[in-house]
Design a protein around this ligand. Structure first.
Ligand SMILES: [Zn+2]
Length: 183
């Protein structure tokens, strides 16, 4: 997974640049609106940008913030990965992003790896008690389209999908999104 830190970083940086651009040129046709639907709300844009900026700090020290689930504590949580809510703000080993055996599949597909990474980092850098599982899947999925703006700005998969499209341009729904079960 750490092999994909550069690609994940490029996605997160593209997300920040896209939010900055939406701030300058207005919501209009922005990719921000497709994913977050906040109608250019400045507080919403600030929150989104802040979250991605914190993710860059995680990606600055991936060896420190990420590890493997060597104790199998995540067996009942996810086969792929899990992260402590707000773990970034805890001291040392109290909070880490933990990858599990299912991450092996994601590690072979760079966009899949980035998606998992960004989903987990949203948990990890969250300062509120919002877990971020309002809906899972791709931006065009019904459950994702039903999210209110006050949910999109907390939703892990929204952060992941937006960053991928910010980097790659608008994408067909990736096959690996379906049936993905990570927390
Ligand atoms: Zn999750």
């Amino acid at each position: 997974m750490l092999r994909h830190v550069p690609h994940t970083r490029a996605c997160v940086q593209a997300a920040i640049d896209t939010v900055k651009s939406a701030r300058s040129f207005g919501p209009g046709t922005s990719l921000v609106e497709k994913h977050y639907r906040i109608a250019g709300n400045p507080a919403g844009l600030n929150r989104i940008e802040e979250m991605y900026s914190l993710m860059l700090k995680v990606l600055d020290r991936p060896d420190f913030y990420c590890t493997l689930d060597t104790t199998d504590e995540g067996e009942g949580i996810s086969t792929v990965a899990f992260a402590r809510l707000g773990g970034f703000f805890l001291a040392d080993a109290a909070g880490k992003i933990k990858f599990r055996r299912g991450a092996w599949v994601a590690s072979g597909i760079e966009d899949f790896a980035a998606f998992v990474f960004i989903h987990e980092m949203r948990h990890f850098v969250e300062g509120s008690s919002d877990i971020g599982h309002h809906a899972k899947g791709w931006v065009t999925d019904e459950s994702m389209l039903r999210l209110r703006p006050d949910q999109t700005v907390f939703n892990c998969d929204t952060f992941a999908g937006f960053a991928l499209e910010a980097r790659n341009g608008e994408m067909q729904r990736p096959g690996w999104v379906k049936g993905t079960a990570f927390r």
